[in-house]
Design a protein around this ligand. Structure first.
Ligand SMILES: *Cc1c(COP(=O)(O)O)cnc(C)c1O
Length: 412
């Protein structure tokens, strides 16, 4: 395998050393091949909001398995997952299930272009939307960590149709629309950024996004692959109170199996084949095992008071980490929305890629390994958000803060 992995974020490029191989997950814990146990704050990069091996998800997948793994034909489970999504996210009137977040954003971009008849897509530096050619320009996540925000193989023609602006900068968005408004098909953004570390949008930025796209007939594509069912059941759009034209989902919506989704207003979504003419298809889309895991996960999230518990645990962790860094004399800023957060080794507020990139990544690498030595598995890059799951107990959080205290005093 190139670099020994099937996805670059796993290769520990941001912290050095060898990736850990895992054999088992249980609740808030992961177990490696050497028998070590870790408190997991990656959660498979977002999907495992209920923790590993949740009994209801496991039972749902086992029951689906016994009925057959793939039919390539409609099933009731697909309708059930679609209904759960539509009920959770009011801006979604129609939804199409796919197999990954990348497929969701790729399809949403094609739809925005097909619907508007325009070519240009606006994105923001440090935002990551999967490995879609048009969106691998100034990309975040492992692209930022490994220093290849603009991938070789993305043609100049493709890059020319992608306009990159700074996050949280309404004035530059206003200028872009004033100069190129007639060419812009859509604006895609992370409503809370996770892929340059956790970065929170300002209300002015959100207002500019909704106002300018509506004014100029461009579609607002809210990429909630990470934030959907994470920062709130209805995603960041329900938390902040805005209504995008299209929304992309992934990660949690598949409960740890491969599911992505994109949806929005019926008049836009009905341009997708076979209702309309914009092509998009998938042999394994709506797969029975994957939809079973997604349905079970959303049902648990909807029925129980998970979000209140996540908020309490996450606030406890954020307060503890910030206090530990302060006591250790380590310059830092902590950004959090719900159960996603980043401790930046950066004294300044982090609002965009430029400020995020001023973080002390070598200090982060030492922090990461000090925590590994203490049984805590944090994201292996300064430019990724950590996730708290419903399986993390208050004692788990206290143990994590204690480990971070020990780690941070060694880094000052
Ligand atoms: C993870 C992620 C993607 C890509 O999803 P994959 O399932 O990895 O293809 C897209 N957008 C955002 C915001 C993400 O966090």
């Amino acid at each position: 395998m190139p670099g020994g992995v099937n996805s670059p974020a796993r290769a520990f490029g941001g912290v050095g050393g060898e990736p850990i191989f895992f054999v088992r997950g249980e609740g808030a814990h992961l177990f490696d091949i050497d028998g070590n146990r870790y408190l997991d704050y990656i959660g498979s990069w977002g999907p495992m909001i209920l923790g590993h091996n949740h009994p209801r998800v496991l039972a749902a997948v086992q029951a689906a398995l016994a009925r057959g793994t793939s039919f390539g034909a409609p099933t009731e489970a697909e309708s059930e997952l679609a209904e759960l999504i539509i009920e959770a996210v009011p801006s979604i009137e129609r939804v199409r299930l796919v197999n990954s977040g990348t497929e969701a954003t790729m399809s949403a971009v094609r739809l925005a272009r097909g619907f508007t008849g325009r070519d240009v897509i606006v994105k923001f530096a440090g935002n990551y939307h999967g490995h879609v050619d048009a969106l691998l320009v100034a990309a975040g996540s492992s692209a930022a960590t490994l220093g290849v925000p603009n991938s070789p193989g993305v043609t100049r023609g493709t890059a020319q149709d992608t306009m990159v602006l700074a996050y949280n900068d309404p004035a530059s968005l206003e200028r872009a629309f004033a100069e190129h408004g007639q060419q812009i098909a859509g604006v895609i953004f992370e409503p809370v950024v996770g892929n340059m570390g956790c970065v929170v949008p300002t209300p002015q930025f959100l207002t500019a996004l909704t106002g300018l796209t509506a004014k100029h007939g461009a579609l607002l594509i809210c990429d909630e692959v990470m934030t959907g069912f994470r920062v709130a059941y209805g995603g960041a759009q329900s938390l902040f109170g805005f209504s995008p034209d299209l929304t992309t989902l992934g990660k949690i919506v598949g409960g740890g199996l491969p599911v992505g989704a994109y949806g929005g207003r019926a008049e836009i979504m009905d341009h997708i084949l076979p209702a309309g003419k914009v092509f998009q298809a998938g042999t394994l889309s709506g797969n029975p095992l994957a939809t079973a895991a997604g349905i079970a996960t959303l049902q648990v999230l909807r029925e129980t008071g998970v979000y209140e518990q996540l908020e309490a645990r996450s606030a406890q962790l954020a307060t503890g980490l910030a206090a530990a860094a302060k006591d250790a004399g380590v310059p830092h800023t902590l950004a959090r929305v719900g159960s996603m957060m980043t401790l930046f080794f950066n004294a300044e507020p982090v609002t965009d890629w430029t400020s995020a990139s001023h973080s002390d990544v070598s200090r982060f690498a030492r922090y990461f390994w000090e925590l590994i030595a203490r049984g805590v598995y944090m994201p292996c890059s300064q430019f990724e958000a950590l996730f708290v799951s419903a399986a993390h107990s208050s004692d788990d959080i206290e143990a994590t803060i204690a480990a971070a205290r020990e780690a941070l005093v060694r880094l000052a």
